[in-house]
Design a protein around this ligand. Structure first.
Ligand code: ASP
Length: 425
């Protein structure tokens, strides 16, 4: 099957703009002939998200299994694994430090504290926030438990970390079995992988509609005005994400990977737009894999390992956000932020970000975990709920871009010359 990929980013960008305008104008209550606009955005947005989620499990498992089965006999496997984790941790730490820098420059919490808005902003938690708080108590052990699911069905039930560990093991096992069975299983999983890419293509045809509905829904709920009260916080997060995405990562691409960062941005455009509009790096995963492999030209061997694993482990944008958010809340409460406390926030953001899933608003759970660990009032999360969704769009885009950059860095360090050379976009 030949791929005639004529995706126009302009159509999708137009859909985003239209979504912002329509969502802000209609809000949640406007209706026509008894049908509310919001419910229409919600329905079609959800359908699109479901369609993307539907692809994730078979695509990720088949991608990892075929990738590892191919390199399982490779003595370089361990070395490659270490290198990948080195890049993940390095980029996430860099992101957090950039966030820390900006939150210390803008001090968003201090101005909120002084303006006295904290008294009204921190009214009793609503139901959603309460559930976030109770979920967080299980979170640390959950992360560890997720690594080894008790059965395969659990792993295939959307537990990404478990699915990844199982797929890594299964792929490795395939590389060790007798040749006849090895060939059969490889053919089977490669077939699934290719079929999933075809399904991804079909789903992506609906991208403009899905994007419009998701963005309209988000702006109908939060509105444009909500950004004002938290402007400084938003500026700190956005400045951090911007610096990391448009300066730090491109510098790494240019000087470490020795590729043109502009070409990589171009190659990743469909994935970045999908990430921005879905606020879910997991839902974006099929598109990310396609962009990294087909458009940026990274081999399946590297892509199948780095991208799905990074999707669960490497949440640079989220880690940055969590760090800024915790410092912001601490400032708002007048908590003394010594170097040691800030160091703890950095470390906790790094660890906790590894455990959160690539789903919308997952960072809220992570922030509660960090606040609890540091003894800062968890109710502080109420300060940023209003702007979380909008910032989620941005940090998810950074998460996805960071994963793709790690894939490029690893591929180039493994001597892949074809990366971003024969581009078809
Ligand atoms: N929405 C983010 C993602 O999917 C996770 C987060 O909430 O930070 O990557």
């Amino acid at each position: 099957m030949t791929k005639k990929q004529k995706k126009s980013p302009w159509v999708v960008l137009f859909a985003i703009l239209l979504g912002i305008i329509c969502g802000s104008l209609t809000g949640v209550n406007t209706s026509l002939f008894g049908v509310s606009f919001y419910s229409v955005y919600n329905l079609f947005g959800k359908l699109f998200l479901n369609a993307l989620m539907l692809i994730v499990v078979p695509l990720v498992s088949s991608s990892i299994i075929t990738g590892v089965a191919r390199i399982g006999n490779d003595h370089d496997f361990q070395r490659l694994g270490l290198k990948i984790f080195g890049f993940y941790l390095g980029t996430s730490l860099l992101a957090i430090l950039i966030g820390l820098f900006f939150v210390n420059i803008f001090n968003p919490g201090i101005s909120i504290h002084e303006s006295g808005t904290i008294a009204t902003a921190l009214q009793p938690l609503n139901a959603a926030q309460t559930s976030i708080a109770s979920e967080s108590q299980l979170h640390f052990t959950d992360i560890i438990l997720q690594l080894i699911p008790s059965n395969i069905v659990d792993a295939f039930h959307g537990q990404m970390l478990g699915l990844i560990v199982f797929s890594l093991l299964f792929g490795f096992a395939i590389s060790k079995i007798e040749q006849k069975n090895h060939t059969i299983l490889m053919g089977f999983w490669q077939g699934i992988f290719q079929a999933m890419l075809v399904i991804t293509d079909i789903v992506m045809k609906f991208l403009p509609i899905g994007v419009f509905c998701l963005v309209a829904k988000s702006f109908a709920t939060t509105g444009l005005g909500s950004l004002q009260s938290l402007a400084l916080f938003c500026i700190s997060v956005l400045a951090g994400l911007f610096t990391f995405t448009f300066i730090a990562l491109p510098l790494l691409l240019k000087f470490m990977a020795k590729v043109d960062p502009r070409l990589h941005f171009k190659a990743m455009t469909p994935a970045l737009i999908t990430a921005f509009s879905t606020s879910s790096s997991s839902a974006t995963l099929p598109v990310t894999i396609e962009c990294v492999e087909k458009r940026a030209g990274v081999s399946n061997r590297i892509c199948s390992l780095v991208v799905p694993l990074g999707n669960s482990v490497n949440m640079s944008g989220s880690a940055l956000y969590e760090c800024v958010a915790v410092i912001f809340i601490a400032q708002a409460y007048g908590v003394e932020l010594s170097i040691l406390t800030q160091f703890s926030v950095v470390l906790l953001s790094l660890i906790v970000s590894i455990g959160i899933g690539g789903i919308p608003s997952a960072s809220l759970i992570a922030i509660v975990v960090i606040l609890k660990t540091l003894g800062i009032p968890v109710e502080g999360i109420g300060l940023l709920i209003a702007v979380d969704r909008v910032l989620d769009m941005c940090r998810t885009t950074t998460n996805v871009f960071s994963d793709s950059c790690c894939a490029i860095l690893v591929a180039r360090s493994e001597g892949e010359e074809q990366v971003l050379k024969s581009h078809s976009f």
